[in-house]
Design a protein around this ligand. Structure first.
Ligand code: GSH
Length: 263
């Protein structure tokens, strides 16, 4: 299995490139995000979660791109697993997108909007929804993408619809908690902006999820912080081609094959 080409000189594309260009100076936070030169894009949905939160809250950060498939020594010294997102905070390393989202809330309490609500019951609801994303929604997304047999693709797509229907039942609209943007929205948005991949290749339709999903998906993809952290769509295709052919050797692809939680 070849490593996505890291020899091509990187040029980010689309709104993401403009946002990245504004965040080159050293800061307390260094945000390492997944970049694959072949795609000419910041492709990593887990990194996009963290990027959306940084942009939402206006936290000063330094943007750095790394190809997580290449596992260069310099990056392995920062994150021994070589995965993105990775954050260095005042010289110390942190990983895992959902943990990083909560860390930003804790480390920058005066930066708004607050992406975790103040009410303990609502906070628990947000965490339950995040748990549902990790255990049901995203495994079903990746199983749908990686399935090769047509019947299996349809079966996995139905599982994805079931998982999304459970989520949308809790969405108050326009966002998960109502008017307030929260970590559920941040965590889901990167998959909404990539759902054209399963629309094109697996027959997914937002309307099939049922009442409210299309509206929720559109609200997420129109959010400024989401727009500002997206590369041009066509550049995502090469990296997802590897998933669609079930050729990817990424940790996520391997976890999907092994039936484990993926992101
Ligand atoms: N659970 C991690 C998170 O949520 O941060 C997953 C991170 C992850 O798998 N990132 C991908 C990666 O670094 C890019 S989106 N892949 C490289 C590899 O699998 O070797």
């Amino acid at each position: 299995m070849s490593v996505p080409d890291a020899q091509i000189h990187p040029h980010a594309t689309g709104p993401a490139a403009l946002t990245a260009a504004k965040h080159q100076d050293p800061r307390d936070i260094i945000f390492w995000t997944g970049w694959v030169p072949l795609c000419l894009s910041h492709f990593c949905p887990a990194s996009q979660r963290v990027w959306i939160a940084l942009e939402e809250k206006g936290i000063p950060y330094q943007y750095k791109e790394v190809n997580p498939y290449k596992k260069e020594d310099a990056f392995l010294r920062i994150n021994p697993k070589g995965l993105t997102p990775t954050v260095q905070y005042r010289g110390k390393q942190l990983v895992e997108s959902l943990i990083l989202l909560e860390f930003l809330e804790d480390a920058y309490p005066t930066y708004t909007p607050h992406l975790l609500p103040a009410d303990p019951f609502e906070r628990a609801q947000v965490r339950l929804a995040l748990d549902h994303l990790s255990k049901q929604v995203l495994p079903a997304f990746f199983k749908t993408v990686q399935a090769q047999d047509k019947d299996k693709q349809k079966e996995e797509l139905q599982e994805y619809y079931v998982a999304l229907r459970k989520l949308v039942k809790e969405v108050k609209g326009p966002y998960f908690l109502g008017e307030e943007f929260s970590l559920v929205d941040v965590a889901m948005a990167p998959w909404v902006v990539r759902d054209y991949i399963i629309e094109t290749h697996r027959g997914y339709k937002r309307e099939e999820v049922g009442s409210g999903w299309k509206e929720y998906a559109e609200a997420l993809e129109k959010r400024d912080s989401v727009v500002r952290t997206c590369s041009d769509k066509e550049h995502y295709e090469p990296i997802y081609g590897r998933y669609l052919r079930d050729e990817s050797q990424s940790e996520t692809a391997k976890a999907t094959r092994a039936g484990r939680a993926v992101i």
